[in-house]
Design a protein around this ligand. Sequence first.
Ligand code: NDP
Length: 477
Amino acid sequence: MGAAAMKARNPRTGEEDYDFLESSREEIAATAARLREAQGEWDTIGPAGRAVVLTRFADAIDAHAAEIAGALAVDTGRGTVSMIEVQGCAGNIRRWAQRGPELFDRLDVEAHPSATPGVEIVTNYSAFPLFGAIAPWNFPVILSHIDAVPALMAGCAALVKPSEVTPRFVEPMRKVLAEVPELPLAYVMGAADVGQALIEEVDYVCFTGSTATGRKVAEAAARALIPANLELGGKDPMIITASAEPDWAAGVALRASVVATGQACQSIERVYVAREIAEPFLKALVAAAERVELTWPDAAKGHLGPFIFAAQADKVQAHIDDARNHGARVLTGGEVEVLGGGKYLRPTVLADVTPQMTVMREETFGPVIPVTIYDDIEDAIAQANDTEYGLSAAVLAGSLDEATAVGVRLDAGAISLQDGAMTSFVGDATNQSRGCSGLGPSRMGDTGMLRFLRERALIRQMGDPLPIDAYAERGEG
Ligand code: NDP
């Protein structure tokens, strides 16, 4: 690994039209050392000082939003979603700049009597000096900063490795960073070995990506004896009960499954619908799916862009083909189309799926909606929970109470009620992924920042320290 030339593919044209340099091991080590050096001053300015700098960071992102979103749009093939991402990143920074100082004010720094007589305890907090993030390609800007920003607010310096698949936003982002030189944040570029090198440099790593890579990150973090927070894949179920209005349910299920071409961890990947409404639901779902348009040939029109990562299109097609070969019916969509060099898939609705099919067990990460009809809600809950994943889930019903009663029985970190995939736009709902979907404290809610503060106990002897004679042998025991 050493300053090698790398290329990124344009998902609309299929051409490798962007050159960038992989960070060498020396560069990663030097960047980490520079950040560690800067962290001291960053810590010293305190939460209020850091909030001011972070707000300037958000302002600078806003000022360069068109340039950042433009670069992101080339890497992801998405215009509107790219601008939403950049604005969402700035909004997230402002939210932490406001919430962070409030959380520091609430930390319990008072002395408390210990259960040990004559002793008082004070908790002292200090941030992990250098935080590291490894991010995936599906939402490159949001996911490169989602953990780094609360880490910075806590007082850490932050080193981020975006995915090699989507590196273009880093160039304009480095211009933003040049306008906020006090902010100890830097990016390193490259693939798996750069991710591994980053883990060796940092004191805490947050990883967002696939379950398979998450295991490798956890192993490397274990070798380095640093905490690893993992946010991994999902196979999110949606249960639709008999009392739900079918047209409304179809609209929600469609959006929650196919937005961003289904390349979102919290996308709905399995739908369970009550037999009583299955027919009108499926009819409405197929009709709504067929109204969705590809953003081809006009990138400024339509709903679904190309697959960002070419190999992902092949994986999604393999899931559909496996389902079809095992007896599933494709009600609409079903074939990846190559248009102008990009790979696209229209919303695909599958019926007559069985729990054993790949599309029901492995994360598909595409605009595919396998629908299972159930007769008994207990069976629907059991099937929804029959997965190695536990990222999020959703329930649609005739009332919020009914949806809640089902939702609390689903084995996942976040449950959307009367909607789907809400974690994509609700950033302050504390949740912990289960099973193969993640490890460690919540990135959402207040824990998102508090996890980066280490607790140091100041143990005060208020009386007389024990003399050595207290431990002298007295012929006991
Ligand atoms: P990957 O796991 O392939 O990659 C994620 C990141 O890890 C990339 O930066 C990648 O580098 C890097 N990486 C790859 N191998 C290693 C390694 N051995 N050591 C250290 N780092 C490594 O995920 P994808 O990019 O394919 O992203 C899609 C996945 O992300 C899906 O499973 C999705 O569900 C999940 N995801 C989870 C979210 C959540 O909050 N739970 C949110 C969004 C996505 P490079 O790409 O440069 O090769």
